[in-house]
Design a protein. Structure first.
Length: 200
């Protein structure tokens, strides 16, 4: 049997609207973001979800709580779904972080940050746990851009070298499945990617 993953980004934050790369800082949804989080719940609450897993950073937790309040769907937080730690660049303008992303695929961001390869490894560990807990079920993940790239590398056949500098285009969810053998960070498996039309 397989586990089906539906991935959604956290909703729009005040930092997003100001052009700030929040990174490992908590972040807070904007008024528009709270509205969109409620819309996310309307889209997903009847999808047969066994659980919703979110990053434990505030902006992702806030998105999950607004979207799935009073639905009875278990909400779980996992630090392995945190955004990449930009180190001294947490909270800096997006343009500054975007200019150096490709340098930090294997080399951590300065000031105690992470590399993108470390995010992929953390995501692989999460997927192994999801395999053990949710075989034959569908789960929703709410997280950040680095985690979406990690899923694409692990389950969609993507390469992080190509993803870090690709333009971001929001859409209503990304879909992946993985079969009986849990994935690891050195192998990619076939994915079913039934994405809806890409939207701004």
């Amino acid at each position: 049997m397989a586990v089906e993953i539906v991935y959604e980004t956290h909703s729009i934050t005040e930092d997003n609207e100001r052009g700030i790369a929040t990174g490992r800082l908590p972040g807070r949804l904007s008024e528009r973001g709270r509205h969109l989080a409620a819309r996310l719940g309307e889209r997903r609450r009847d999808d047969g979800l066994a659980a919703v897993y979110s990053s434990d950073l505030h902006r992702a937790v806030e998105t999950a709580r607004i979207a799935f309040a009073d639905t009875g769907i278990p909400l779980r937080q996992d630090r392995r779904l945190r955004e990449c730690d930009y180190g001294e660049l947490n909270g800096r303008p997006v343009t500054e972080v975007a200019a150096v992303r490709a340098r930090h695929i294997d080399t951590p961001f300065p000031g105690g940050g992470q590399s993108y390869r470390e995010v992929i490894e953390a995501t692989a560990g999460l997927l192994a746990d999801l395999h053990a807990r949710h075989d034959g079920q569908r789960v929703l993940l709410i997280a950040h851009s680095a985690n979406r790239w990690a899923l694409q590398c692990l389950l969609g056949g993507g390469a992080i070298e190509d993803l870090v500098d690709a333009p971001f285009r929001w859409q209503e969810g990304w879909y992946y499945t993985f079969p009986a053998a849990p994935p690891d960070s050195s192998a990619t498996t076939a994915a079913v990617d039934r994405t809806s039309p890409k939207l701004r």
